[in-house]
Ligand binder design. Structure first.
Ligand SMILES: N[C@@H](CCC(=O)N[C@@H](CS)C(=O)NCC(=O)O)C(=O)O
Length: 251
């Protein structure tokens, strides 16, 4: 049996939801409400002591890290393969996924925290915030909550993240000038792992990724949006609006 602990169909949760949908795999969905700090509750920390989603549980075995989870799924369930058979394309799939995880995603995440998480952090009173911070297992995550509850990131940090996103789009344009998909001629985990992040850039910075400034990435995104698996994954619950309402955060 496959079980997935995940949040909204966005960011790292979306990577795995999309992989499961592409491979047409049945799974039990466990929604974790990140804005309600469910990821830091003792029951969830037993599953992932880092207090982060997504987490896959396969016949009782726990697997964390979205990129690793997707390779695992592709290896264990070989129907509808998402890793190119060609070793060079497979290497390119891993290089691009590593770039997304280490360079693109942290830059996008800073903006996500600045725009969304900050509003939740500001809505908490001092006591609630201290209690919430004390339960966060990862020091870097604790720092991020404390940062957005305070003055947030500096304009320089935010501008540098925006610059990294522009660099990411430039790289993507170059790759897509040479091949149809991000690892080469076949649709692969390189595309699956990037979809939510690239869609995030287009949503937050339409000036960086549009038909005119990045035509190939724009076309890739349009092609991705048409995939039934993308549509199915995006149809998974998004509880952010109702959570913000429940927390009394203005929308
Ligand atoms: N490297 C991890 C990162 C996971 C991660 O950052 N998850 C975020 C959601 S996209 C999370 O759980 N955030 C809540 C928190 O850190 O409190 C992966 O790729 O799975």
């Amino acid at each position: 049996m496959l079980e997935l602990y995940h949040a909204e169909p966005a960011a790292n949760s979306m990577k795995v939801l999309l992989c499961l949908k592409e491979k047409n795999l049945d799974f039990v969905s466990h929604y974790v409400n990140l804005l309600m700090f469910e990821q830091h509750q003792p029951e969830f920390l037993k599953i992932n002591p880092n207090g982060q989603v997504p987490v896959l549980v396969h016949d009782g075995a726990i697997i964390t890290e979205s990129t690793v989870i997707n390779e695992y799924l592709d290896e264990v369930f070989p129907d509808t393969p998402l890793r190119p058979a060609n070793p060079l394309e497979r290497a390119r799939m891993r290089i691009w996924s590593k770039f997304v995880d280490e360079y693109l995603c942290p830059a996008l995440s800073m903006w996500g925290w600045h725009i969304l998480v900050r509003r939740v952090a500001k809505a908490l009173n001092k006591d609630e915030l201290e209690k919430a911070l004390a339960r966060i297992p990862l020091e870097e995550q604790r720092d991020k909550w404390a940062t957005v509850a305070g003055e947030s990131f500096t304009p320089e940090q935010l501008e540098d993240s925006r610059r990294r996103l522009a660099v990411s789009v430039e790289r993507m344009e170059k790759i897509l000038g040479e091949s149809k998909w991000l690892a080469g001629s076949t649709y692969s985990l390189a595309d699956v792992n990037s979809y939510s992040m690239v869609a995030g850039i287009a949503r937050i910075f339409p000036d960086l990724l549009n038909e005119r400034t990045a035509p190939r990435s724009f076309e890739w995104l349009a092609r991705m949006n048409e995939r039934p698996a993308v549509k199915a994954a995006l149809a998974m619950p998004n509880r952010v609006p109702e959570t913000l309402r429940a927390l009394g955060v203005e929308q």
